[in-house]
Write a protein that binds this ligand. Structure first.
Ligand SMILES: [Fe+2]
Length: 259
């Protein structure tokens, strides 16, 4: 099974709408050109820039005609109510009206978590959601699971980002560590690609389809945005494991598809 993970499109409206919209559209076109064709797309948060209803309408316009299943996660730039108003009851939120949900694909359980904490750039899952996750993972132990969320649950050595990581990452690790069939935990938020061990599995983060963050590893230097290539992660779940490829988009000569 192939899962294409896109992240941080930051879709907006108005004068600045074109660049993030075309970044997401181009990444989705690149997904369609992958063979075999991916089974689904997960977008790990910061779906829109300001959480406004008109921005979610713009997002719906971009992904509405996309021919593969798209699963959406909330990030700190999102607004939960607007997200649910626009996509609740549709396959984009697993058919339900919650921003955390799971989708039981034949070859993998895709679990989407909601780490959005209103008023904060940081994230938190909370005890209720973690208990729910424990139950979901325990319910289908024979099938590999991929856990997706916006905020990385560990520090990555970028101080400005580490300050606003997932607050209850240790509690997430305790749950994931109880379920060895979790073949991947994957996040966004960093606008960079990072890989590390986590709770007996592997943690990855996906770059942004819009713009990347500088690799600012000292606290006395200001973090910024940089025009490094946009990309997405392609997770191949097979043979009881998960292999991840980074697929360049903006600077790539690879073929793309219109939709
Ligand atoms: Fe972001």
């Amino acid at each position: 099974m192939l899962i294409a993970q896109l992240s941080d499109p930051h879709v907006t409206t108005g004068l600045l709408a074109a660049e993030p919209a075309s970044g997401l559209h181009r990444a989705l076109g690149r997904v369609l050109a992958v063979r075999p064709r991916p089974d689904c797309v997960v977008i790990t948060g910061d779906l829109v820039a300001h959480g406004r209803p008109d921005e979610y309408a713009a997002l719906r316009e971009i992904i509405g005609r996309f021919p593969l299943p798209v699963h959406l996660a909330a990030g700190n730039h999102d607004d939960r109510e607007s997200l649910l108003d626009t996509f609740g009851g549709t396959p984009c939120l697993g058919g339900g009206f919650s921003a955390y949900y799971h989708v039981d694909h034949a070859e993998a359980t895709v679990v989407v978590l909601d780490s959005l904490t209103p008023g904060s750039s940081g994230g938190q899952l909370g005890d209720d959601q973690l208990a729910w996750l424990d139950g979901v993972l325990g319910g289908r132990p024979e099938v590999p699971a991929v856990v997706c969320l916006h905020h990385p649950p560990v520090g990555v050595g970028i101080p400005a980002a580490d300050e606003i990581r997932l607050a209850d990452g240790a509690a997430l690790a305790a749950v994931v560590g109880r379920h060895p069939h979790v073949v991947r935990v994957t996040a966004g938020h960093l606008h960079r690609s990072v890989t590390t061990a986590f709770a007996g599995t592997v943690l990855t983060t996906a770059p942004s389809t819009w713009v990347q963050s500088t690799l600012t590893m000292s606290a006395d230097e200001e973090i910024g945005l940089v025009g490094e290539p946009s990309a997405f992660l392609l997770h191949r779940v097979a043979d009881g494991g998960c292999v991840t490829h980074t697929v360049q988009v903006s600077h790539a000569a690879g073929s793309t598809c219109a939709f």
